[in-house]
Design a protein around this ligand. Structure first.
Ligand code: GYE
Length: 335
């Protein structure tokens, strides 16, 4: 039901897209302040990555709900995973003279020009969820999000700690196939690195194939289908998010194998669908990545607009889950 509301929002916003000069570059929408937080004067332009995953949908809802609660007027756009759309959205927020711009950069590089434009217009920028790779740290006020290297570390450590059971084919080698997130995105780069850093401790563990699934279920399914054809002995799948892991499950089942048993699966995010698969034993381990960034983002926005100092980096707290832990928390999972 919540999903329907989300889809409607995207559809309803089509008219606004044309009106704000963002034609053919994703969708955007405006929403009134409505809240009672007393900051009704602040307008935030938020350039979202897209709606590629369960994580992203939960993140969008969190931002929209928290803006309302904080009394911040939100202009929201969905870039459909394209950097050019995000750049257009940010330029239109600059033109509209919003008070603060927040965005989750689809890839790490290529932002300096548009961020300089925001700086010249004296509009503060907050990076949420994903970082940019820029040497000029004055182009944004702060970063709010997760430590993706640590997430990759945790996934890698789990493969190492459970080497005996992860050697499904019992040949003394643990062959891992990796389904990467969006090429060039901070979480894809950092999770890959964090994972490799940990598995390098055990020479039995090797990544034998690695490809991008673009953080989508369909992408994960297609990549896994190809891996099942090209690789003989797959012991473990490391998927950079739950959705890709869920797509891999479909491919594994279609090949007549049992996910979680014939091939072990470790993913990152811990959204409800992923946690359900974990509780059913189809995924073996999930590292949490928290999408509920809205409340912290609105707090930071108020401070930045008021000219207050904020920390350069604000990290979210996260855990990890095995099957029993997933069963215990599933019923109360919001997203
Ligand atoms: O893990 C994935 C989403 O940037 C942390 O993006 C985010 C990632 C998340 O598509 O599901």
């Amino acid at each position: 039901m919540e999903e329907t509301v989300f889809k409607k929002l995207i559809t309803v916003s089509a008219g606004v897209v044309l009106a704000s000069g963002l034609a053919a570059c994703g969708s955007s929408s405006d929403s009134g302040s409505g809240g009672s937080g007393g900051s009704g004067d602040i307008t935030m332009g938020f350039a979202q990555v897209g709606a590629e995953s369960g994580w992203r949908t939960a993140n969008t809802k969190s931002i929209q709900a928290s803006a309302k609660d904080a009394g911040i007027k939100l202009k929201f756009s969905d870039a459909q995973q394209k950097q050019e759309n995000q750049i257009k959205a940010i330029r239109s927020y600059i033109q509209q003279k919003v008070d603060v711009i927040a965005f989750s950069p689809v890839v790490e590089t290529g932002w300096d020009t548009v961020l300089q434009e925001a700086k010249r217009a004296k509009i503060p920028v907050i990076l949420t969820d994903r970082a940019v790779d820029s040497s000029d740290k004055s182009l944004y006020k702060t970063f709010l999000g997760s430590d993706f290297v640590l997430e990759g570390n945790k996934a890698g450590q789990w493969v190492v700690d459970n080497a005996a059971t992860n050697d499904v084919n019992k040949d003394g080698k643990i062959n891992v196939v990796e389904i990467q997130g969006t090429t060039g995105a901070a979480p894809a780069i950092d999770r890959k690195k964090g994972f490799e850093d940990k598995i390098s401790a055990d020479p039995k563990i090797k990544v034998v194939a690695s490809q991008t699934g673009d953080f989508t279920r369909d992408g994960g399914k297609k990549v896994m289908e190809a891996f099942l054809k090209s690789q003989k002995d797959i012991d473990v799948v490391f998927a950079h998010n739950d959705d890709e892991g869920l797509g891999a499950i479909e491919a594994i089942e279609a090949a007549g194998l049992k996910p979680g048993t014939d091939i072990k699966i470790v993913t990152i995010d811990a959204v409800k669908d992923g946690m359900t698969a974990l509780s059913e034993g189809k995924i073996n381990y999930i590292v949490e990545c928290n999408p509920l960034l809205g409340p912290q983002l609105m707090d930071l926005a108020k401070k930045v607009v008021a000219g207050e100092d904020v920390p350069a980096r604000v990290e979210t707290k996260e855990g990890e889950f095995d099957q029993e832990q997933a069963k215990a928390v599933l019923a109360d999972r919001q997203y």
